[in-house]
Design a protein around this ligand. Structure first.
Ligand SMILES: C[S@@+](CC[C@H](N)C(=O)[O-])C[C@H]1O[C@@H](n2cnc3c(N)ncnc32)[C@H](O)[C@@H]1O
Length: 195
């Protein structure tokens, strides 16, 4: 039961979990829309939790695409490993998004095309968020995209410091309603990520 697991982990680790319930299917679809699944060779998901976004990515991803899940919470990690560890091209890592570069290097991957994040930047310490975002920037290939969601726009200018362009869309069908941030490493049209 993702909802019960999620709530119990929120009660134990409120700042890292950052939400009382998993994201909705609608939010997952809006996040995944930004990915060009034909072209993606490597997608990284940060803070996969109970797998709301993972489900959507696995449904759409091509056989040739590698998907790396990085999750800091041991309970979530074990569950993700059980569910997706055996899926073709999927690697589940128990660790912090701060170390994204080390993980991809260990997998002999130089750069990644898309990074999807469920990380709660509003409740994470500023230093941790900065390290994550600057390492994500370095891990992304030149035309790479970073897609994240937040429940408010409080961290928009903070996140904006790291990317050339950032577009925001509100998704009402989520508890609570959320904003999806489509960020590009290089200048360009970030709307819906498809450009
Ligand atoms: C708001 S939840 C999102 C979960 C899921 N993506 C969703 O949308 O339902 C945040 C997730 O980020 C994870 N997390 C927090 N800090 C992290 C870090 N430094 N590295 C990796 N995962 C982290 C939490 O354990 C939790 O699973």
């Amino acid at each position: 039961m993702p909802f019960i697991t999620f709530l119990s982990q929120f009660l134990k680790h409120p700042k890292n979990t950052g939400a009382v319930a998993p994201s909705s299917k609608r939010l997952a679809q809006k996040m995944a829309e930004a990915i060009d699944f034909e072209k993606a060779r490597c997608i990284v998901e940060l803070g996969a939790g109970t797998g709301s976004f993972t489900e959507e990515i696995i449904k759409r991803k091509k056989k040739h695409t590698k998907l790396i899940l990085i999750e800091i919470n041991e309970v979530f990690f074990k569950d993700l490993q059980k569910r997706y560890g055996g899926a073709p091209g999927v690697v589940v890592i128990h660790g912090s998004a701060e170390t994204i570069q080390t993980y991809i290097k260990e997998l002999n991957i130089e750069k990644v095309d898309f990074v999807l994040s469920g990380l709660p930047f509003t409740s994470l310490p500023a230093g941790v968020s900065s390290r994550i975002l600057s390492n994500v920037m370095d891990a992304l290939e030149e035309n790479g995209k970073f897609i994240t969601f937040q429940y408010s726009l409080v961290k928009k200018s903070f996140i904006q410091q790291f990317f050339q362009t950032i577009n925001v869309k509100k998704v009402w069908l989520n508890f609570p309603p959320a904003y999806v941030f489509y960020c590009r490493k290089k200048n360009g049209r970030a709307e819906n990520g498809a450009a």
